[in-house]
Design a protein around this ligand. Structure first.
Ligand code: ATP
Length: 643
């Protein structure tokens, strides 16, 4: 790639310096990406496109920048996640809009969809049969971006009609393949196999190349500059996941000094650090041998990243970077009581747990999930929450991410104070023998926790690693030690009609894991036992509106044959006795075997509404679970807490 980066045909992409990027130019980039599965090729295509866009972008105001909008359309978002403006229009509304804009019957559109499996292609192939007086103006990236934003923001009674109106206008102006991508964007997913990771690297490369201008430098030097640039942008974006801030900074000053210019900022949630599962205390000791580590209670609630902004505002964000301040008005009121006067701004990582004020005990997760998710009024709250803080990421203007955990924890304890029934530090023990860990694990379960989190305490590996599932944080879940060490979070992609008494509901479900590299969901098991009649009818209500005419193109089916397919949206936490290779299911195929992997005796635990479908357990994690089970040499069921 580095050899031919100058080969971009700079003059012939159909627009001039300072002009709006034609949507057709973006679509032709999407087409090229869709046509290949090779990661390096995708990286090259995207880099070249970003480079042309960046070179011609003369926007004075960041919000007018073409590059910013191009990037958002590539990841199919309209703003940073935490601002909550999302696409994801249901199939029936889209069918209606396509029918109305093309003058074809909705039944015909559905028929095509059953054959084609991709509503985008159906829209593209549904040539407008109605005569038009004027040829509409060609679509541009800023225009499409604005229309999509208007659709996503439309609320209230007349919003459906308004949405259909805008979609019709967009479709009427589409030329060539544009309708395919407009419709896919509206559905919420482009399905071109472009991973977010690749996009960040392409962006970095384009900015580095732009900064070099016509300068010629040796190939190896260029390669290392590109690599260095990618590392910088990746690290900055994981601290400050907001392209509205990062892209203008890149356009202004390149990658040089970006880390100083774009830092963790209260108000912008960073992606949380995640943990690896373990099956036994012995595994923990192997990993941390000779290192200083700490065990903390693993509270069973909802992750809460709490921010105090310079302006005094408190904001609470979920694991998923969703703003939950309106869900937790009580937390917002409580938190100031646990802050010492020395604190002007902070970001803490914590778990919000349901709490019984009378018995002064932690309540199970199920109680927390009884709280409403939105617009909660403080006076209506019946389920109280207690915050357990386990990390301090930012304090008084300074990011603490690169400090060791031992120092972050000391600062947390110095600047915050426990408040009875409201705020405490996660209980910890620095004991390191098997016996000490086993007894702390027992104690945690007695106190209503799920088990332990074991963390590196000193050494450079104890820094906070945003968005990474790190080996420096291990989870030891008591209930799961005898299974595969952890539960899986799987997406409901299909269902089987009930039999006998259950004919009016679904009787069993088809689940899938997620493969971020291909952006596909891969079927993993059928689950049908252990549901009560009541639960089954609740699931029916929840899932019926997600039924599809045909299976979506981003579901790798294997040979599973459910009676209905769903839009992949709902995530369930599921437990399994073990995993086995399967000729039927597609999960993780090609990673350990050409066959897929399936769960044996899967059991439903709970709905994970704090996780979106693309945050489900990944194909790679499934293959790791399987491999660990194989290397454990059939010691299934062994390795319990007291091993
Ligand atoms: P994953 O994607 O890793 O499966 P998850 O959301 O399903 O994440 P768990 O596997 O249960 O969660 O484990 C990690 C979660 O445990 C954290 O996201 C956090 O919400 C919770 N937690 C509770 N106590 C702690 C603690 N002391 N330190 C870190 N996380 C904790």
């Amino acid at each position: 790639f580095t050899k031919n980066h100058k080969s971009v045909p700079v003059a012939d992409k159909g627009w001039k310096d300072g002009e709006a990027v034609p949507y057709a130019a973006l679509v032709s980039t999407f087409e090229k990406i869709e046509a290949t599965t090779k990661r390096l090729e995708i990286l090259e295509i995207l880099t070249q496109f970003f480079l042309v866009v960046a070179r011609r972008d003369t926007a004075k105001l960041a919000k007018d920048s073409n590059l910013l909008k191009v990037v958002y359309l590539c990841i199919n978002r309209l703003c940073p996640d935490y601002m909550g403006i999302e696409l994801g229009i249901g199939e029936s509304l889209l069918v209606k809009a396509i029918a109305e804009s093309t003058g074809r019957a909705a039944t015909k559109i559905k028929e095509d969809l059953r054959k084609e499996g991709d509503l985008g292609k159906v829209a593209m192939n549904s040539r407008n049969t109605q005569p038009t007086m004027f040829k509409p103006k060609a679509l541009t990236v800023p225009y499409v971006f604005q229309q999509l934003t208007d659709i996503a923001k439309a609320t209230g009674n007349a919003s459906q009609t308004k949405k259909v109106g805008i979609i019709k206008k967009l479709l009427a102006a589409c030329q060539g393949n544009e309708a395919k991508f407009i419709v896919r964007s509206l559905e919420g997913k482009l399905r071109i196999g472009l991973a977010d990771k690749t996009l960040v690297v392409a962006l970095a490369h384009a900015i580095v190349l732009k900064g070099m201008g016509e300068k010629k430098i040796p190939h190896d030097k260029l390669a290392s500059k590109l690599e260095e640039g990618a590392e910088i942008v990746k690290s900055v974006y994981s601290e400050l996941p907001n392209y509205d801030l990062v892209i203008p900074a890149l356009m202004e000053g390149g990658v040089e000094g970006l880390k100083e210019r774009c830092k963790l900022t209260p108000g912008v949630p960073l992606k949380p650090m995640l943990a690896k599962p373990t099956k036994a205390i012995g595994e923990v000791l192997d990993r941390f041998e000779g290192k200083q580590f700490t065990c903390e209670y693993k509270y069973d609630g909802e992750r809460a990243q709490v921010h105090l902004l310079e302006n005094g505002e408190i904001a609470v964000f979920s694991r998923n970077s969703e703003n939950m301040s309106a869900k937790y008005p009580d937390l917002v009121q409580q938190v100031p009581r646990s802050i010492k006067p020395s604190v002007k701004s902070f970001v803490i990582d914590a778990e919000a747990v349901a709490y019984d004020l009378e018995t002064k005990k932690i309540l199970p997760f199920q109680d927390l999930s009884r709280r409403k998710r939105k617009d909660v009024r403080a006076e209506d709250i019946t389920v109280r929450v207690h915050l357990f803080a386990f990390d301090l990421l930012y304090l008084n203007g300074e990011s603490l991410l690169t400090k060791e955990l031992i120092d972050r924890r000391a600062l947390l304890m110095e600047h915050f104070q426990p408040v009875e029934s409201e705020f405490a530090f996660a209980k910890s023990s620095d004991g390191t023998t098997t016996e000490e860990i086993a007894s702390f694990l027992e104690e945690s379960v007695k106190d209503g926790c799920e088990g332990l989190m074991v963390k590196m305490l000193t050494t450079p590996s104890s820094t906070y690693e945003p968005s990474r599932r790190s080996m420096n944080w291990l989870k030891l879940k008591k209930d799961y030690l005898s299974g595969v060490g952890d539960s899986l979070d799987l997406v409901v992609v299909g269902a089987y009609h009930g039999k006998g008494k259950r004919t009016s509901v679904y009787g069993a479900f088809l689940l899938a894991c997620y493969d971020p590299d291909s952006e596909n969901f891969q079927t993993i098991c059928k689950i049908g036992t252990g549901f009560s009649e009541e639960v089954l009818s609740q699931f029916y209500e929840l899932l019926k509106p997600l039924e599809l005419e045909v299976v979506r193109g981003d579901i790798e089916v294997g040979s599973a044959k459910p009676d209905v397919w769903f839009e992949p949206k709902i995530v369930w936490e599921v437990l399994t006795a073990d995993l086995s290779l399967s000729p039927v299911y597609a999960a993780a195929h090609g990673l350990v075997d050409s066959r897929g992997i399936s769960l044996r005796f899967p059991r439903f635990i709970r709905i994970r509404d704090d996780k979106s479908a693309d945050e489900a357990t990944t194909a790679e994690q499934v293959s790791e679970f399987y491999q660990r089970q194989v290397t454990a040499g059939g010691k299934k069921g062994g390795g319990g807490g007291g091993e």
